[in-house]
Write a protein that binds this ligand. Sequence first.
Ligand code: MG
Length: 383
Amino acid sequence: MKKRLAILGSTGSIGTQALQVVAEHPDRYEVRVLTAYSHADALIGQAVRFEPDAVVIVDETQYNKVREALSNRPVKVYCGAKALCEVVQMDNVDVVLTATVGFSGLEPTIAAIRAGKQIALANKETLVVAGELITALSAQHKAPILPVDSEHSAIFQCLVGENPDNVDKLLLTASGGPFRQLTKEQLSTVSAAQALQHPTWHMGAKITIDSATMMNKGFEIIEAKWLFGIDAQHIEVLIHPQSIVHSAVQYRDGTVKAQLGLPDMRLPIQYALSFPERLSLSGQRLNLFETGALTFEQPDLERFPCLGIAYQAISRGGNMPCILNAANEVANLAFRQNKITFPQLNQIIATTMQRVSFEPSPSLNTLLQTDLESRAIATELSN
Ligand code: MG
């Protein structure tokens, strides 16, 4: 039986690599649903090649273009964000890969979990914003969540066959981003264009900026906390510029199990889809003779305050990580549009966290409200 996939965000970096995995294993996977935000041409091309039953273009202004281009094919074309919540529930879908960007991934992920679908989670913001709610729903509906994020896939692979009670701590590696070696003074003048030159990973624009500020690592601590049920005090961040050790787990006898590989997102995508099996993967192999030295250092919270801000949000809990995420989405975009400086980015997030009302145990509705309120404040601060 082939696994039938819905890929949310199929024209982005993770989505296109997921389709490469599908193309490499046509005997294992078939695509039933593809969705894109606004890249109509790319979505049309993917639909022609992979023949899904349904596609969604979220941007309604692109709807006619997609519909007309696919009019003589047996594929249903929908538009708008609400359609995402419907297509993930289709009977002919087994696995939903969530590779959309930001808060927009939350509601479709919840809809998919409620329909009992297996989740291959690439949209980490979902767990940042609503980790408690999502993990409870996942248990209730027996809808497993498998990590696609490279670090979490590494940890997941290190945990296979182990008793979770024996875990001492998770060692979460970080490349340190493009500004790892800059001084605080140099950081005050860096541009978005410079930040978009990531040294080891080629990713979408939003996550590349999050990597430059290290907010991405803050989010990944929260993501790891919910995925593996481990408190943030037992998750250690290590700067590892070579991006070869994708993360590790230390056990109570002192043993460290790590997962190593070249930086290639196809591997964690494929593992999330194939687990518990491991399949072949084309391309370059890690050769340790050619790798050179692997180094590890402590993160510098003075130069990269976003990581410290994320730790604060985790320890407050409640809707604070949701505020963190919303303020970050606004500030991240404002920085990409050259409206704010690099140091302003973390200031806007910290100020938004002080201003929005705190809720210790938010419902989904409270989180939706928190998101709106936080965006309004952060937008005002960015102008
Ligand atoms: Mg990652």
